[in-house]
Design a binder for this molecule. Structure first.
Ligand code: MGD
Ligand code: MGD
Ligand code: SF4
Ligand code: MO
Length: 743
């Protein structure tokens, strides 16, 4: 029997797994006790890596759709030939925007996808780039992008050293943390309290995290901006905080804040958010008075109508309490494979182009996924005729996915790179399967940039690539060649070399890296393997801040050194990074971007117009420990657990609507109706119901034999794709008006 160590690819926590195997058979997956970061923590999903690997429904060969709608296995040559043929016909019309790409969540967990996806999209040359970001974290990236000048320059709560942790719209005890990479968040939260600190949770639901907290406040969905604005107002008005010496010299806009926030009194906020004015004052005073504190908001605060404003206010509080870029506050990681900041050249600009049909602005290079369906449905120049979904299931994950489901059938070409024939990929002409996670290497390029400690961990593939499988990056290179018109048989090593040189330039052409000023081709030639993502990773790590600089710093990191460290390399706690990390044009923190000042005005106007009124019942989401968005419901031990697709209802609402615990209930919105089991509980506040997303597996033509038996309902049929946060175009998923009744 052999043992290998591997980072879990399922969520942002990056836990270390120990895999025992015999030949190509997996015997067991358990926690890696020696992992430098997760130290023996694991969750039920990690254990089920074996079940995923062995799932008979998981695709192991390319699939081609036949005219009758059924699928047959085909060879890779046949699959790429069909894609090429259909693509050539579309490309012949010369309309680059006829192609669209949808990038799903697992891309963020795959270094191959991150390193090779960009070249593919460039080769397509389309503006129709969509991703799960616009049903997720994009508002945070917009707000921090405007403030700090980089789309991944996001302050991360220093949870292991903080004295006061204020959490809004996140349930890290279940989700295991997001935009905050930290294995065992529940343990880390308990540790804050054990060392005498305080944890405060603001959520319309008493979540698992709330149960671990010192204090929990119910809040009306979508009103966090009011609460945070009022807290910041109190702190400024009462002179309770200041940015601190370490920040003051690098800060623009502090003088503008008091005037902008003055209208947001605790009394005004209380009327909207439902937390009383005295409590708001106390929350502000305690936050400002703590020796160190971190404010953190996640999906409940980003997928709402004021998502960018709320995200900004989170960091305004971090700044004005002196906690930004300081131990125990909100800090910036220094990842081993990071892209250097570039003197304002990468500063974030919004709305450089718009979507064709409803004119919604671009953000960080992508268009709102809420616009995808209409771009496929609406004829005319620029109509989307070809769609590439890369590890995504938008039929279940975007508002009105049922309408997208119908539109997908009309495409002239749809290609899905995916491991399942599911609700979305059943419309593809060709499905290209990635290998099992155990058959590919893992390095969390994205999440070490969002981590509560500086860590680097590279895991080579545990098992060899089986016959008939193709590396994910090879798939991407083939698609790139096809998109570029070079055909399915082109020599992809040339494209690979171009990608390597482009990455090298990001380090050689800026000051202050270990290879500044060197010839990029020469740097590429000096790296390890000749091809593939390992070469690119080695290049990034060695050129990066912890790297060996190709011999310059012999103790520095190389990919080889990471391979020799199967439990990871701990690079220590986070350290201050301002001003060097700033990428704004001014080179300073822009505390009050004009976009946010305008959003504050919109909040004020809408609050006045609403005058305390709102719908009687609104819908929010929640995550489940044994689910991963839409795609782990086919694993028997996960899906048959206690969670299921249920609606949480407060006893008062249940009584008013005639709904009983454990009985079927109907939820209706302006766009749709779903039926599911009610759980009557005082863990949800009156006037709010909560339903998890990712369910609704009752399609006959998928290959999800287990999930189909536990279908649940698709909550996104209740959503409204017309509702978006204005700066980022992110879908409003929380606060949807609904009606509830017994089934
Ligand atoms: N109502 C509501 N809707 C939501 C949310 C919510 O809170 N409420 N949350 C939103 C959020 S945060 C997100 S991130 C999105 C997720 O939205 P999506 O990314 O569209 O959906 P997932 O369910 O993550 O689907 C991932 C897909 O990748 C495939 N896959 C898994 N592993 C691999 C792999 O290794 N390689 C490849 N090629 N494919 C793989 C799966 O089979 C599945 O098809 O959903 C969003 N939708
Ligand atoms: N087990 C598991 N882990 C996951 C995932 C999964 O599906 N399952 N998905 C992964 C993904 S893609 C992501 S993005 C992360 C997300 O990670 P989290 O952001 O931690 O996600 P949730 O657990 O949904 O927590 C969101 C909380 O926001 C609350 N909420 C809803 N609306 C509002 C509001 O208006 N205001 C406030 N203050 N709160 C509100 C909800 O009640 C819920 O408790 O999780 C990741 N981890
Ligand atoms: S918490 Fe996340 S990374 Fe850790 S084992 Fe579970 S799914 Fe994997
Ligand atoms: Mo997400």
């Amino acid at each position: 029997m052999e043992t290998a160590y591997r980072t879990c690819p399922f969520c942002e926590a990056t836990c270390g797994l120990e895999v025992t195997f015999e030949g190509n058979e997996v015997v067991k997956v358990r926690a890696d006790e020696q992992d430098v970061f997760s130290k023996g923590f694991i969750c039920p999903k990690g254990v089920n890596l074996k079940a995923l690997h062995e799932d008979p429904d998981r695709l192991r060969s390319p699939m081609r759709r036949l005219p009758d709608g059924s699928f047959e296995e085909c060879s890779w040559e046949e699959a790429f030939a069909e894609i090429d043929e259909r693509w050539k016909e579309i490309a012949a019309d010369g309309d680059r925007n006829a192609a669209a790409v949808y990038l799903g969540n697992p891309n963020a967990h795959s270094h191959s996808a991150l390193l090779y996806g960009r070249a593919f999209m460039k080769a397509l040359g389309t503006r129709n780039i969509f991703s799960a970001s616009s049903v997720d974290q994009l508002p945070k990236q917009v707000s921090t992008g405007l403030m700090f000048g980089g789309s991944l320059t996001i302050p991360i709560p220093d949870v292991d050293r903080t004295d006061h942790f204020l959490v809004l719209g996140a349930d890290p005890a279940v989700s295991n943390g997001s935009l905050m990479t930290a294995p065992d968040m529940r343990g880390r939260i308990r540790a804050i309290r054990e060392r005498g600190g305080k944890v405060v949770v603001v959520d319309p639901r008493r979540s698992r995290t709330a149960e671990e907290a010192s204090e929990h406040h119910f809040i009306r969905p979508g009103t966090d901006a009011l609460l945070l604005a009022a807290m910041a107002n109190v702190i400024l008005d009462e002179g309770l905080g200041e940015p601190g010496e370490h920040l003051s010299a690098h800060l623009n806009g502090l003088d503008e804040l008091p005037g902008l926030l003055a209208p947001f009194t605790p009394e005004l906020a209380a009327g909207g958010c439902g937390i009383d004015a005295e409590t708001i004052r106390t929350m502000a005073r305690e936050l400002a008075g703590a020796p160190s504190a971190a404010v953190y908001g996640r999906i409940g605060t980003t997928t709402q109508a004021f998502g960018a404003l709320t995200s900004w206010l989170v960091d305004v509080l971090n700044v004005i309490t002196g906690n930004l870029d300081r131990e125990g506050g909100a800090m910036f990681p220094l990842p081993a494979a990071s892209v250097p900041s570039s003197d304002g050249k990468a500063a974030v600009r919004l709305h450089r182009w718009s979507s064709r049909v409803s004119g919604r602005g671009e953000a960080l290079g992508e268009l709102p996924v809420n616009c995808l369906t209409e771009e496929i449905e609406t004829p005319g120049e620029g109509q989307v005729r070809a769609l590439f979904t890369l590890a995504g299931n938008p039929v279940l994950s975007i508002p009105n996915g049922d309408r997208l489901d119908k539109a997908l059938g009309s495409l002239d070409l749809m290609v899905s790179v995916d491991i399942y024939l599911n609700e979305t990929t059943r419309h593809a002409h060709v499905i290209l399967p990635s290998p099992s996670p155990l058959e590919k290497a893992q390095y969390d390029l994205a999440f070490y940039a969002l981590s509560v400690r500086n860590v680097a961990n590279y895991s080579p593939a545990v098992l060899p690539l089986p016959e008939g499988a193709m590396e994910e990056w090879e798939i991407m290179l083939r698609l790139t060649a096809i998109a570029a018109g070079a055909g399915p048989e082109a020599d992809t090593s040339m494209i690979d070399d171009v990608i390597a040189v482009e990455i090298a330039k990001m380090y050689t052409q800026v000051d202050g890296t270990k290879v500044s000023g060197r010839d990029p081709a020469e740097v590429v030639a000096a790296t390890g393997p000749d091809r593939g993502p390992e070469r690119l990773l080695d290049l990034m790590i060695r050129s990066g801040p912890w790297g060996d600089g190709f011999g310059e710093d012999p103790d520095g990191l190389t990919l080889e050194r990471l391979v020799e460290s199967p439990h990871g390399v701990d690079l220590g706690p986070l350290t201050p990074r301002i001003p060097e990390i700033l990428g704004t044009e001014s080179g300073r923190v822009e505390l009050v971007p004009p976009e946010m000042a305008a959003e504050l005005e919109r909040l004020q106007a809408e609050t006045a117009a609403r005058n305390g009124d709102g719908p009687q019942l609104v819908l929010i989401g929640r995550r489940q420990l044994r689910s991963n968005n839409s795609w782990m419901h086919n694993l028997p031990r996960l899906v048959s657990g206690p969670e299921g697709c249920t609606v949480f209802v407060n006893p008062a609402d249940a009584e008013r609507c005639g709904v009983s615990d454990g009985e079927a209930a109907v939820l209706r919105s302006a766009s749709g109706t779903i039926e599911l089991t009610a759980v009557v509980t005082d863990a949800i506040m009156p006037g709010v119901v909560s339903v998890p997303h990712g369910w609704g597996h009752d399609f006959k033509d998928t290959r999800l034999s287990v999930a189909r038996e536990h279908a649940g309902a698709n909550v996104n049929e209740l959503g409204d794709s017309g509702l978006m946060e204005p700066l980022s175009g992110t879908a409003v998923l929380n606060g949807i008006p609904v009606e509830l009744a017994a089934a």
